[in-house]
Write a protein that binds this ligand. Sequence first.
Ligand SMILES: Cc1cc2nc3c(=O)[nH]c(=O)nc-3n(C[C@H](O)[C@H](O)[C@H](O)COP(=O)(O)O)c2cc1C
Length: 194
Amino acid sequence: MAKKIMIICGSPRENGNTLTICNWVSSGATEAGAAVELIRADQISLKERGCVACMGCQSSDKFACVIKDDISSVTARFPEQEVLVFASPVYFMGFSAQIKCIIDRMYSLFKITRDGKGITHPLQYTRFALIATAAGSYDHGLNLLEDNMKAISSFFGKEYSTLLVPHAPVKVGSIITDTELLEKSLAFGRELAS
Ligand SMILES: Cc1cc2nc3c(=O)[nH]c(=O)nc-3n(C[C@H](O)[C@H](O)[C@H](O)COP(=O)(O)O)c2cc1C
C-alpha cells in the first residue's frame, strides 16, 4: 500500500518559497509511490485563534481536541499518516502563526501516564519531517525551527528529517529557477516515501 504522507504548509503566500518547495517535495514523493496530501494551514478555518488551554483534551480519554473545527479534523487524521511534514517560513525566528496554531492543537494527541513519567499517544506509525525556508542564514531562525522539531519529535519518541532552505528572499518567485533546490526537494520527497 502507498505510504501516506501529509504535508502541512504554513506559508500564507500563493507561489511563495515554502509552498513551491512543498509542491516539489510532494512531486518527488508521489513519483516514488507515496500518497501525498498537501494541506494549506492558511486555508483551514478555525474557531479559536489557537489552543485555548481548556485542557479538555487531557481530561478526556480520547486523543482529540475538544474544539470542533477544521484543525481538529486535520489533527484527528495525524495517526493515519506515516510521515507528517510541517512546512513553514521563518517568521521572526519562529514558525508562522498559521502552522503554530496546528502544532499547539497537537497537545490533544498525547496523555501523560498516571505515574507522570511518560506519555501515551496514537502516533505509533508516524514520523515527522520539517521543511523550513528563511531569507537569512541557518542562524537566523532555521536553527530554532529545527530545535523545535527535534524537541517535538523527541517528546513523541520519533525520528525526524529536515529540508532547511536558507537565503530564500521574501520576493515571490525568488527560488523558482533554482534547479539545485528543485533536485534537492525532489530527492527529499523520494526519501520521505522510502
Ligand atoms: C513577517 C516576516 C518575518 C520574517 N522573519 C524572518 C526571520 O526571522 N529570519 C529569516 O531568515 N527570514 C525571515 N523572513 C523571511 C522569510 O522567512 C523567507 O523569505 C521565506 O522564504 C518566505 O517564505 P514564503 O515565500 O513561503 O512566504 C521573514 C519574513 C516575513 C514576511
